[in-house]
Ligand binder design. Structure first.
Ligand code: SAM
Ligand code: SF4
Length: 351
């Protein structure tokens, strides 16, 4: 099979080898079933590991419109994508989130979820999102201490407000609610057991995440990563846990249940010390319409240009997604000597 030349810039056009496309296969035997779409690059927080205080957001014209997002999902669905997660930036501040969710869900998916900082959603809005088709909510909460939380998010918000969102999401049936926390040594590693305890209190899925070299300030160091084994030991010392395996083969979290049969589930996303790249089934689309085949991709592919070309058919979009998938790298390469951090921080990729 002849492959097009590797693109080196975001404007390089991509084409797929001739022939019918039924699924999104990469060159390493993986098939894409999950799409992560960043629906905005804006956020009401400026988390220190994610977004600089003086961040410059894209102009509105540069961001994909709702109809461009929905068209992309429809084409991806026809190629075997089953699950979509909306992210950002902060997706809950997207001005037409309800309508967007309704249109995406109407495409016919197995799952539609959203990752949010949980700081501005109220119960009425959550009920509307559920009604529109949202199936599950993940909230990010890295500290239960108000002073720490405020320093981290560079905001006046509180962990209590985020936990209100968790409770409201449960009441409207967005279950199981997931709570994600990034663990950074010297910052919140003393809260590991407290954060895991949220699983028991809220009957939620708590996922503790190894800190990844995707921070806007480029302050990441391996010494700040708390490895999965240490996270598990620290939880086990307070709440004995036993292995529960992965939810799906492609799930990024190593799962555990509480040995006493207590409510909730607990998992660790060990992207740094125990990469799960071999089972990855994800493709990412940034708010400005670039396909990033991997969270750690240094190449990105300009889907927006294809979507905005009046001559593009759905077949052209399918071919573009398939060609971008063929460039999906085998692994993130964090530990390789020549590792280069993507130019985009997490906020601009959509974590
Ligand atoms: N604003 C939403 C939120 O905070 O949940 C969605 C977007 S945010 C970029 C998605 C996730 O990426 C959050 O859970 C956040 O904690 C995580 N994240 C951001 N920077 C990270 C980093 N350097 N390492 C690991 N996770 C990170
Ligand atoms: Fe905003 Fe989420 Fe990034 Fe924090 S992690 S700055 S909430 S996008």
């Amino acid at each position: 099979m002849h492959l097009p030349v590797l693109p080196t810039s975001r404007s390089t056009p991509l084409s797929h080898p001739a022939g019918p496309i039924h699924e999104l296969h990469d060159a390493h035997g993986r098939v894409i079933r999950d799409l992560r779409i960043s629906i905005t690059d804006r956020c009401n927080f400026r988390c220190v590991y994610c977004m600089e205080p003086d961040v410059r957001f894209k102009r509105k014209i540069e961001l994909l419109t709702d109809s461009e997002i929905v068209r992309t999902v429809r084409v991806a669905r026809s190629l075997g994508v089953r699950r979509v997660r909306l992210t950002g930036g902060e997706p809950s501040i997207h001005p037409t989130l309800d309508a967007l969710i309704r249109d995406i869900w109407a495409v016919g998916l197995d799952d539609l979820s959203m990752t949010s900082n949980g700081s501005v959603l109220n119960e009425g809005e959550l009920a509307q999102l559920k009604d529109a088709g949202l199936q599950r909510l993940t909230v990010s909460l890295d500290s239960l201490r108000t002073d720490r939380f405020r320093a981290l998010t560079r905001s006046a918000a509180t962990p209590a407000r985020v936990l209100e969102t968790v409770e409201a999401a449960k009441r409207v049936g967005l279950e199981p609610v997931r709570i994600n926390a990034v663990i950074v040594r010297g910052f919140n590693d003393d809260e590991i057991a407290d954060l895991a305890a949220l699983a028991r209190v809220y009957d939620a899925d708590v996922r503790l995440i190894e800190y990844m070299p995707l921070d806007s300030g480029r302050q990441w160091e391996m010494s700040k990563v708390v490895p999965i084994d240490e996270i598990v030991d620290r939880v086990h010392a307070v709440f004995p846990i036993e292995a529960a395996g992965r939810e799906r083969t492609s799930s990024p979290a190593t799962g555990f249940r509480f040995a006493d049969g207590g409510p909730g589930r607990f998992g660790v996303i060990a992207s740094v010390t125990r990469p799960f790249c071999g089972a990855c089934s994800r493709l990412r689309i940034t708010a400005d319409g670039m396909v990033m085949p991997c969270l750690f991709s240094t190449d990105e592919y300009d889907l927006r240009a294809v979507l905005r070309d009046d001559r593009s058919t759905d077949g052209d979009i399918a071919g573009f997604l398939a060609a971008a998938t063929l460039r999906k790298q085998a692994g993130h390469g964090i530990h390789d000597e020549g590792y280069r951090q993507p130019d985009r921080p997490m906020s601009a990729i959509g974590g």
